[in-house]
Design a protein around this ligand. Structure first.
Ligand SMILES: Cc1cc2nc3c(=O)[nH]c(=O)nc-3n(C[C@H](O)[C@H](O)[C@H](O)COP(=O)(O)OP(=O)(O)OC[C@H]3O[C@@H](n4cnc5c(N)ncnc54)[C@H](O)[C@@H]3O)c2cc1C
Length: 414
């Protein structure tokens, strides 16, 4: 039996499941409020908005994916493991591979989403997802391999074919990724003296890129994509992903292009753990929560982040780190209120501004309704995200490293 399984008399037993923006920040906010256990299937947090910079080598893993043991002190017990089931009646959590269940008086669920392949043939087997550190490592490796297979004297059209990458999904994630990939590949072509240019293609099912973002920001993004010669196909549906290519359909016409890698950023679906929970859900499977983020009929259970349906927020806030982060503060306050015997309060969540990375030398930031772009926006984005790292210690370490060490990209192959 380890410390997470022993009940300490007189201390409220709080279990937080999921160590992302919602769960980690709740656990940090509740440290010392009771006997807090954080259960997560990874051993580290991930600051997802900077995963593109990790791909390009502008940040290191320790900047954006610190291990929980560095972030948590003795007031929060960490258990690494995937929660396989939650028994809401018995108030216990089953972790895969562990015989003993962890019981709770208060439960916080923040397990986030998983990649949604929408049942597209070959997508799960043949695409690279982009949600985790290991996904970025795999993609970087794939780009290096593709470049290494291009003979130095290759004809421009052959080099281009071998360095073709397709990104499925033209939301913020697909757009940010395409600009980083394009910059990295172009830089590699220059360094290796290859003729021609790489080809980066974005395929989006909707009528326009970054749906949900304002027109001014979209215009700034489209301009950059155009300058970087990124090929955009809107109103286009991917019908099949092959081991070395992708078939898509536009206006009834099908086209297959050969590709060294297809990256899938086209959607998120609810975590399977939530599918198994017997609580009220929306048609999309999101857990319906009260304005206090409690589950109806289960006042001791709080749900937040990507798996929660909270009706009173701007649609653009749903499914964002910004929302999960703000909700974590409310959950921590409300769990504390229950422990103290007082009444939980309702939340109100604000848009905290939008920031999009646009390659290794550019970004666009929406500040008070105005779009700022270029190097200044890139610096502002770094500064903003440093402030949103989990602990002051982490913010200072990373802030100092970025400030003194610079933030130059690491060329592919180095
Ligand atoms: C590449 C990328 C870039 C993004 N950029 C932005 C951005 O710029 N701005 C923005 O606002 N949002 C951004 N997002 C969205 C943002 O990351 C999510 O909205 C946010 O992380 C949601 O927080 P969460 O706590 O609900 O889930 P997550 O942060 O996903 O955390 C879920 C945690 O639960 C763990 N987990 C999952 N299943 C289990 C299980 N069964 N048992 C135990 N643990 C489990 C996971 O490992 C993870 O640690 C981005 C997302 C991605 C993938």
């Amino acid at each position: 039996m380890d410390a997470s399984e022993e009940k300490v008399e007189g201390r409220a037993r709080i279990v937080v499941v999921g160590g992302g923006f919602g769960g980690l920040f709740t656990a940090l906010g509740l440290a010392g409020a009771g006997q807090v256990t954080l259960v997560s299937n990874e051993d580290h947090f991930l600051h997802t908005p900077l995963l593109y910079e990790y791909l390009s080598g502008e940040v290191e893993a320790w900047h954006i994916a610190p291990p929980y043991r560095e972030l948590l002190d003795e007031r929060v017990q960490f258990v690494q493991g995937a929660v396989a089931n939650v028994d809401l009646d018995k108030k216990e959590v089953a972790v895969a591979g562990r015989v003993r269940r962890i019981n709770y008086e208060y439960l916080v669920l923040a397990v986030g989403g998983v990649t949604n392949f929408w049942g597209v043939r070959g997508a799960e087997q043949n695409t690279l997802p982009f949600r985790k550190i290991r996904h970025a490592d795999d993609l970087r490796r794939r780009m290096c391999d593709a470049l290494d297979h291009i003979p130095p004297d290759a004809a421009p059209q052959d080099a281009r074919r071998s360095a073709t990458f397709v990104i499925v999904g033209g939301g913020a994630s697909g757009v940010e990724l395409s600009t980083k990939m394009s910059d990295l590949l172009r830089d590699a072509f220059r360094r290796r003296g290859l003729r021609g240019e790489p080809r980066v293609v974005v395929v989006e099912m909707g009528k326009q890129l970054v749906p949900g973002m304002g027109d001014e920001l979209r215009a700034a993004i489209e301009k950059v994509l155009d300058e970087k010669r990124i090929e955009v196909h809107t109103d286009t549906r991917v019908v099949e992903v092959l081991p070395r290519g992708v078939t898509f359909e536009h206006a009834g016409e099908r086209q297959t292009i050969e590709s060294a890698g297809v990256v899938w950023t086209a959607g998120v679906r609810i975590n399977p753990l939530v599918d198994r929970l017997d609580v009220e859900k929306t048609q999309k499977g999101l857990v319906v929560v009260a304005p206090t983020l409690q589950v109806r009929g289960r006042p001791e259970v709080f749900v937040l982040g990507d798996i929660a349906y909270f009706p009173n927020v701007a649609p653009t806030l749903a499914g964002t780190a910004q929302l999960a982060y703000q909700q974590s503060r409310l959950v921590a306050r409300n769990v504390q209120a229950l422990i103290d015997g007082s009444v939980p309060s309702a939340g109100h969540f604000e848009e905290m501004g939008e920031a999009v990375s646009l390659g290794t030398d550019d970004a666009a930031v929406l500040i008070e309704g105005r779009v700022v772009s270029g190097q200044l926006a890139r610096q502002a984005r770094f500064a903003l995200y440093t402030l949103r790292l989990p602990t002051w210690h982490q913010r200072l370490r990373v802030g100092a490293a970025w400030f003194f060490g610079g933030k130059s990209p690491r060329p592919l192959g180095l």
